[in-house]
Design a protein around this ligand. Sequence first.
Ligand SMILES: Cc1cc2nc3c(=O)[nH]c(=O)nc-3n(C[C@H](O)[C@H](O)[C@H](O)COP(=O)(O)OP(=O)(O)OC[C@H]3O[C@@H](n4cnc5c(N)ncnc54)[C@H](O)[C@@H]3O)c2cc1C
Length: 374
Amino acid sequence: MPEMQDCYLQPHICGSDKWCELNDHVSWNEGGTTTRGRCLEFQDRCASCSATAEEGNPFVIPGLIGTFEAKTSEDSRPFGSYIQRGTRCGPEDICTGDSIPVLPATCVERRSLPSDHDKPLQQKMYEWGKRLMRMGAFNWQRNQPGKGPKDQTAEGSTREEVHAGVNTILSGLWNPALWGRFENLTIESTYDELCCNWDNYTAQLSQFQKDRTGASYRFPMDPNAEEIGNAPSCLWCDFDGAYNDENPSIWSLVHALTFNLPMVLSEYQYTLLSSLPMWLREHLSCPLCRSHIEEHLIGLGVPTSRSGEAWAHFFWRAHNYVNEQSEVTRCGSQSCGWGPWETPESYNCAGVYRYAWFVPFPDAQRQWTVQIVV
Ligand SMILES: Cc1cc2nc3c(=O)[nH]c(=O)nc-3n(C[C@H](O)[C@H](O)[C@H](O)COP(=O)(O)OP(=O)(O)OC[C@H]3O[C@@H](n4cnc5c(N)ncnc54)[C@H](O)[C@@H]3O)c2cc1C
């Protein structure tokens, strides 16, 4: 009978492609051997895992074999429990747990934060806010030549109502200790933007961006990279006058606001946050995205909690759900419009992702929570 290799007694025997699963053999005998460890292989990417997402981020403390639940949340076992199932994802990957309704718990590649990621600085908050001011206008669908930044036509609500709504949402959820007193945004502040079809805009695009989808081009793994990063901002003047980077700016603003809420919300803030999914459902400029809000946000269960963290967690989870399904991330099963040299045929990559899409909660916290230095 082969000798059992106990990684509790010899923690390093598992090497880098295995992990040490511990369990307690509860003993009533003072001299009994209690804790035992066995080396198990990590699950392959795309294989199932039955751990929660938090298990992908065990604490690293010298002398502690990191195989216990690192964080408590509604859907995980108490802090300090040993991981029970032998299905743990590799260090590059993360288990989605039960956070994505359409996906059973699966090992997926984690999306790492690029070093030059966007941060919730005051100036950025106002820039993202300007994107909201131009949301939800009438989409002409067919090119309207000659239109400029001042030409937006209402769709449903008047433009003035949309502008007032944006200022109401922002002023109510704004954290003045971080960004100063909120100054109302005006639509006039967007009038000096370039239209995406103007020559002085297209001249700014790198050849790489031009060869892809021009002003629509996005690179989620490193959006601010030169040449291969996102196309610079502009307005779709000949369609609806919205910003080309409206979508990521909405997410950025929503995360920045919700990760910096007070621990306990006022009733007014709670009402604003509860209305936000419906606001997006009515006013997002992307019709495809609007049509999925019911499924991607409302269906997740809009929180009834007055805790700021619950709302940060809700929008983090919703964003990961959308990331899993977005046109930018998916390969094959959606038309990504990048031309045949970049878009593999669906039979080649059904179920495969173009980019890593799952942002772990601790990374989202790191990106969006402003640390106050005392
Ligand atoms: C409400 C809403 C619904 C949408 N629905 C759809 C849809 O149904 N189909 C579709 O194809 N597109 C949809 N989009 C667009 C899509 O989500 C992306 O915004 C778009 O594909 C651009 O992606 P991106 O990689 O440039 O940036 P984004 O993914 O938008 O990222 C913006 C910023 O958020 C950070 N981030 C990314 N994920 C998380 C997370 N989970 N938690 C916290 N921060 C995160 C990133 O680091 C980045 O700084 C929707 C957008 C919004 C705002």
